[in-house]
Design a protein around this ligand. Structure first.
Ligand SMILES: Cc1cc2nc3c(=O)[nH]c(=O)nc-3n(C[C@H](O)[C@H](O)[C@H](O)COP(=O)(O)OP(=O)(O)OC[C@H]3O[C@@H](n4cnc5c(N)ncnc54)[C@H](O)[C@@H]3O)c2cc1C
Length: 337
């Protein structure tokens, strides 16, 4: 019998999978794999479902590492924290701040679980996970063996890691170890946070977290009220030459330097300029304030959202010659997006 996934995706889309298995420890996963008859390519590893677009019935067995533990180790001014894959990311941020450790404050209120954080190298407000990352443990779904991945082995990039490329679908991450600080080292380079340093003396990491939460709550739709999976598309990276051509035609274009030869364009700006903010196709819509966020106004199906996203992508391509790539994982039977 199919397992409903409606409660397991923040789009709130009705979907299902063949089966769902949840594990409380690494050993549970290894024991289960040892007695297994299902081929590993029939698995999908689920976290908190906040970066997924599910299409109807997904003919796969879903696995979830519901490992709930957090431990800290102090060494001089530094602290390492190891958290189980099933710990809610924001709870880890709050727990570390409560203990007086800085480092994760800019990443406050990002939905999802710890185990998924390295997959796309989550980032927000000037900080990416990789800047705090030490290592992770994972179980190989093909062999059942445990493996520790160092920072270098994860091959982090912008919203990217080896787990989205070469090792896609191969490992279930069980715990993640990060570096935190006893002495506050605040990152206030992102626009709205810059104001903080001017207004507040002896600013703490908790103050920064509170501000990030405030900004996020005012800008992003709460998935429990309006189904969504955050940014649907990645900000496209283009060559300096292409950026300069675009800038000639669109002087207001919003972009950030990536390196000497590439610029990152604000995908939300591109979508907005196409007049698509608030655009709707039935219950599938582009968010009224955040053009980068596709939303489910009630009863949209996964295919409805996909059709809308295809329209957004094609419109931006026709207007700017820039192809948007999805940041969310589109899971299920589909035509190539
Ligand atoms: C309102 C909103 C705002 C958001 N803002 C941001 C933001 O600012 N920055 C940002 O980076 N992201 C953001 N996101 C996206 C999302 O929060 C992150 O991608 C998050 O890491 C997804 O976590 P999850 O547990 O929900 O993963 P899921 O959506 O369940 O899975 C995502 C991917 O990770 C894999 N995965 C999950 N757990 C494991 C595991 N234990 N082992 C191996 N693979 C695993 C899945 O197979 C899938 O490929 C936002 C999403 C929403 C809804």
């Amino acid at each position: 019998m199919a397992q409903s996934l409606t409660a397991y995706n923040t789009f709130g889309i009705e979907a299902s999978c063949d089966q769902l298995f949840r594990f409380q420890s690494e050993q549970d996963i290894q024991d289960w794999l040892a007695g297994l008859t299902i081929a590993a390519d029939k698995f999908f590893v689920l976290g908190g479902g906040s970066n997924l677009l599910l299409l109807d019935h997904v003919p796969l067995t879903f696995l979830q590492a519901d490992i709930q533990k957090i431990s800290y180790q102090e060494s001089g001014d530094e602290v390492t924290v190891t958290a189980g894959a099933g710990v809610n990311w924001h709870q880890l941020v709050l727990d570390s701040l409560d203990k007086g450790y800085a480092g994760l404050e800019n990443l406050s209120l990002i939905p999802g679980n710890v185990g998924a954080a390295p997959i796309q190298n989550i980032g927000a407000y000037g900080v990416e996970l990789e800047q705090r990352f030490i290592s992770l443990s994972a179980v190989d779904l093909y062999s059942g063996e445990r493996r520790v991945f160092t920072h270098e082995e994860c091959q982090f990039g912008y919203r990217d890691s080896i787990f989205k490329g070469e090792l896609r679908g191969r490992y279930i991450i069980t715990e993640v170890t990060l570096r935190l600080y006893k002495k506050t080292q605040l990152v206030l380079t992102y626009g709205p946070l810059m104001n903080l340093s001017e207004t507040t003396e002896s600013l703490t990491a908790k103050d920064v977290s509170d501000e990030v939460i405030k900004i996020r709550q005012s800008k992003l739709p709460d998935p429990s009220k309006l189904g969504n999976a955050g940014s649907f598309f990645k900000n496209p990276v283009v060559s300096i030459e292409q950026y300069q051509e675009l800038k000639t035609s669109f002087p207001d274009i919003v972009a950030y330097p990536v390196n000497n030869s590439h610029m990152k364009l604000a995908a939300g700006w591109l979508i907005d300029q196409c007049g698509l903010k608030g655009y709707r196709q039935g219950d599938a819509g582009v968010h009224q304030q955040q053009a980068l966020v596709m939303v489910n106004h009630g009863n949209a199906s996964g295919h409805d959202i996909l059709k809308l996203a295809g329209h957004v992508r094609d419109t931006v391509l026709a207007e700017f010659g820039v192809r948007l790539e999805p940041e969310v994982w589109i899971i299920g039977q589909q035509d190539v997006f």
